[in-house]
Design a protein around this ligand. Sequence first.
Ligand SMILES: [Mn+2]
Length: 418
Amino acid sequence: MYKFAHISDCHLGSNRDPFLRNLEMNAFNYAMDECIKRKVDFIIVTGDLFHSNIPDLGVVNSAVKKMNEVVNQNIPIYVIYGSHDYSPNETSIVDILSSAGLFKKVVHGEVEEEKLKLDFFTNPKTGVKIVGISARRLGLEKKYFEMLDRESLEKEPGFKIFAFHSGITELKPKHLGRMESIPISYLPKGFNYYAGGHIHQCTRRKFEDYGLIAYPGTLFAGYPRDLEDNARGEKRGFLIISFDNEIDKIEFVEIPGPEYYLLEYDATGKNSAKVRDDLIAKVGEIPAEEKIVLLKVGGEMSGGNTSDIDFIKIRNILQQKGALYVSINRHSLTTKEYETVRPMGEDIGEVERNLFKENIGAVKVSIEALKGENGAKLATELLTVLRQNQKAGETKKDYESRVLKQSVNLLKLEEAFK
Ligand SMILES: [Mn+2]
């Protein structure tokens, strides 16, 4: 009997706070150590190993050290890009580590007569055949699926794994309703295992004509929303699949995490003074010691201003009570007195996407790519490029030309800037 580990959405480098960053790396180290301990034959990482294409080098260094330990035990690591560690016009750290031989990208293929032909990679020890489609920014991999030559993949004999980084419509959790996804019919049939990434909750189901489709979910938290899910009891970890000619057993390996406390407060219909007093009284009662405390305040207040609520004081109270980390989410808190301020989403990314979507109609342009949904997507991507910080050691001039180059590439304006 052989076994492999399926890990996904590690999002290394996503947390800026040093305490959370430490937990993030610990979760990854724990997963790697378990793979060694349990003597898996190989590991497959289905995207978003890192949170960005060029993550903080300290984070990369820690991750490389750990993966090197794994590889030195003769456990190869196979990787595809996720939506975060892929960049359309920049080299990704995934490319660099793959060039260095630390792990192998398992996406190989070419387009012939408008058909995407993929080549299987065979793991030498187990004979398992692996093929996959990496993510592209904002769900563009859909096009690749539409071009995919499924027939030749379906004909291939042997134990087969299909790796991908996309939501599957039939498996999508409810709260991701608006997330782009592909229907299950886009996948080639008859694989033994469909190794998915992108959905951050552990989800698995067998579909007729297909094998098992599984998402291990994130190892810790790539987004604030994941932390909330952790507080609600979501278990984090990865999957180990035992098999010979067929899958014998699937085990979810849980990664131990810290304790959480989530306080959700609905301010609807209350004035700001009431909300302030309520919140101070409530946080005073929270058993915050040794816990990650998440405070989520939303709703439309009947009067007063959101700035009347002293969130700094609230945070201080929780820190004095010994909270390990305090996160306050008030993106959906508004007040009737300021009509222009409306809740637009649960986190900054969602607020931005929704703002662009809603306002794109008011922009008068003749270029098709800048209109409607596509225009809104492009604007979101451009914002990501523009908000990059200057890197340590990078001159201002290099920084400016890097951001300009990426923006020009994104907008396909190379000609105009020659
Ligand atoms: Mn992800």
